[in-house]
Design a protein around this ligand. Sequence first.
Ligand code: IMP
Ligand code: MG
Length: 179
Amino acid sequence: MTEYQKKIKRVIITEDEIAAKIKEIGKEIDKIYDGRPILLVSVLKGAFVFMADICRAVSVPCEIGFMCAKSYYQGTVSTGIVNITMDLDQDVKDYHVVIVEDIIDTGRTLKDVVKLLKARNPLSLHVVTLLDKPDRRLVEIEPDWALFTIPDFFVIGYGLDCGELYRSLPYIAEYNTEV
Ligand code: IMP
Ligand code: MG
């Protein structure tokens, strides 16, 4: 086994489980918007895989937009510094916006992004997150939809990285901090 492989401790959510849940949430999103067009806003980079799947699971007319928010980590520990490094090209006041997040950990990144977008007066604003780690929350923020709630451990795969690696795994795995 390579060093790279050793860090993948165990699969916690399989490809099939992710796919089934995305289908379900796609239908819920369709129900809420009822034919009205939406703008899916993905917070890069972690949400890029989830974004690609969720946009194909909804049937309402849908635009996509990207923002880059960087939360600074020292290894697997958040430093609490969040920076918006790339902004949307759409003017959100014309849109029903759905923020697409990979994971809510301390909640700081999402809180900043929500605050920024709300100040631009979208028609409505909802949040869908792939993963939620509520035990780690440091600021008050709740997603409208969380596909999976997980305990406090560091996860990789399906867009989520450790040191920019492992984003390409098709499943979500626990990261092995011990090897
Ligand atoms: P927050 O601002 O602390 O909520 O951090 C959110 C961001 O930190 C996420 O969008 C991820 O990019 C990253 N992050 C938090 N927890 C994990 C994890 O377990 N694995 C990989 N990235 C994580
Ligand atoms: Mg993220």
